[in-house]
Design a protein around this ligand. Structure first.
Ligand SMILES: Nc1ncnc2c1ncn2[C@@H]1O[C@H](COP(=O)(O)OP(=O)(O)OP(=O)(O)O)[C@@H](O)[C@H]1O
Length: 270
């Protein structure tokens, strides 16, 4: 099992944030995690990566049960790309793209530990494979938003993680940059040695053909989890996102349309 959560609850300052979450991710499955703002997506990722600790329940990631595992060792097997990672690099805008990618080897920002020639070559090979060779030696500040996001994805991939978390990977991208980044994700997923992906998004149409399963969160609970065709129904997705929606499948992706949302008032699920 890649991820196994049994009856996991999480609270912060006495506020219940996640309640009774049971969820299994098996090898070969690729997951999207969908839910409204505040539904608990980031909190769930923090529990899985050991940045927060569950108040109840059992968590096992990549075969290691939390409580009896060295979290730092486990994190080396997990790649995580999020807006907060991007923010941490805002202090290092002068860093060349290739160095950003290489910094993933030790999952640190500065080069605190020895970088081998092989690490540098791997970073350049990744930059090439993601179409970043023309900016490989440019400072981060000169990269477009799309290139910047690809650089962080390459940084996460340099250690060949078994689990890759992409958290709102396309935020701030225009339509064409978004499609280019999604094409990169799809290409990565169709490779033989693909990591297991957790793809967190607010936009169902980003659920790529290679993503097989969807977890829907609502108010800190699992609303549905399973094969995407079964989970991405109009009624479940409307309930998860709190407004009436229809779903149409095109090019292997689900396209969601709001029907008459505001005219009829939003359903806040209460
Ligand atoms: N450290 C904290 N202390 C108190 N409440 C918190 C803390 N972290 C998160 N929360 C609350 O927990 C709930 C879930 O937050 P979380 O960030 O996990 O949601 P999310 O689904 O990732 O939201 P978004 O889509 O807006 O990023 C929110 O109501 C949030 O205010």
């Amino acid at each position: 099992m890649v991820i196994d959560l049994e009856n996991v609850s999480f609270q912060k300052a006495k506020k219940p944030i996640l309640q009774d979450i049971s969820w299994q991710v098996r090898p070969g499955e690729q997951w999207a995690i969908l839910g409204a703002n505040g539904s608990g997506k980031t909190s769930l990722l923090k529990l899985i990566t050991g940045y927060e600790w569950a108040s109840a329940g059992r968590i096992s990631v990549l075969g290691s049960v939390f409580g009896s595992v060295n979290i730092h060792e486990l994190r080396k097997r997990v790649g995580w790309v999020s807006a907060s990672l991007d923010q941490r690099y805002q202090m290092h805008e002068g860093m060349p793209c290739a160095d950003v990618i290489v910094s993933g080897v030790h999952a640190s920002i500065g080069v605190h530990e020895a970088i081998t020639k092989a690490d540098g070559e791997r970073a350049l090979a990744l930059a090439r494979s993601m179409g970043l060779e023309h900016v490989a030696f440019s400072p981060l500040s000169q990269l477009s938003q799309g290139e910047r996001k690809k650089a962080f994805m390459a940084r996460a991939l340099i250690n060949e993680p078994e689990l890759l978390i992409l958290d709102e990977a396309t935020s701030g991208l225009d339509l064409s940059a978004r499609e280019l980044l999604l094409a990169e994700v799809e290409r990565m997923l169709t490779r033989k040695q693909a990591p297991t992906l957790l793809y967190v998004t607010h936009y169902p149409e980003e659920i790529l053909p290679s993503i097989s399963h969807v977890l829907l969160l609502k108010k800190g609970r699992v609303l549905a989890a399973g094969r995407k065709e079964e989970v991405l129904t109009a009624s479940l997705i409307s309930e998860a996102l709190g407004l009436p929606l229809t779903v149409e499948w095109a090019n292997g992706r689900p396209w969601v349309k709001a029907t008459t949302a505001f005219a009829h008032g939003l359903d806040n699920g209460d």
